[in-house]
Design a protein around this ligand. Sequence first.
Ligand SMILES: CCCCCCCC/C=C\CCCCCCCC(=O)SCCNC(=O)CCNC(=O)[C@H](O)C(C)(C)COP(=O)(O)OP(=O)(O)OC[C@H]1O[C@@H](n2cnc3c(N)ncnc32)[C@H](O)[C@@H]1OP(=O)(O)O
Length: 210
Amino acid sequence: MTIRETTGESRLRALCELAEQVRELMDATTLTDVPEAELTAVTATLTEATERLRASARAAPQPFEFAPDGSLRHLGNAVTGAANPHALPLAVERDGAAVRADVRFRPLHEGPPGSVHGGISAMILDHLLGQAAAAAGFAGMTASLTVRYLKPVPYGAALLATAEHTRAEGRKSWAEGRISTQDGTTLVEATGLFITPAAWPARPPTPPEG
Ligand SMILES: CCCCCCCC/C=C\CCCCCCCC(=O)SCCNC(=O)CCNC(=O)[C@H](O)C(C)(C)COP(=O)(O)OP(=O)(O)OC[C@H]1O[C@@H](n2cnc3c(N)ncnc32)[C@H](O)[C@@H]1OP(=O)(O)O
């Protein structure tokens, strides 16, 4: 018996491929040094492509949903969503009780000359800490995030982001995490408070792998 993929999944894969191409475009735009006439010509091409995509539009990005394999996914997420060009996308994995993700920032993420914008590091850590809390069974919204910037974060280098849930008190729970180099030097670390909104189920499902 042949199991067919749904048309929806095939279309979603095409959407993710488009998002990846847009990431390539953003990288190319950040670094391009072509002449002005070429910039103008490419802008015209992109204006046309943008209008084609807007011919039919959703009210919101791809939702939090179950994939056909039963896993939870959020393709529209700004950090992990493969269908969201803004996302790296970060692929978050469970590592025992903790979570981890390989990270390679790009010139697109520049803040101070030659290194990554602090808000980008904070965004990655916010999400990773949130997934660590969710992995421990305490999914919630970020109520506060404290970030300590220890060393500039380079782009282009293979880095590692890790986080773990540390404790819970009722609907409040805490997690901590860091972005480090491959040799274990911590560049930026964060602590976060996550609160499960009263309206959420007491024990939400475990987080998606990414
Ligand atoms: C159907 C759902 C299914 C869900 C499935 C989930 C699966 C998960 C999988 C994967 C996870 C992915 C991970 C994502 C990570 C990224 C997360 C983000 O980026 S979140 C966006 C940024 N954050 C916001 O937009 C929050 C906006 N704020 C709020 O919504 C509320 O303020 C909220 C929920 C944080 C608290 O609202 P209240 O009404 O529940 O809070 P009150 O009842 O007043 O307080 C409860 C306790 O918390 C303290 N508290 C409240 N807010 C606080 C704060 N900001 N700082 C410190 N303490 C606070 C209070 O003092 C109180 O403490 P006392 O119980 O008295 O000890």
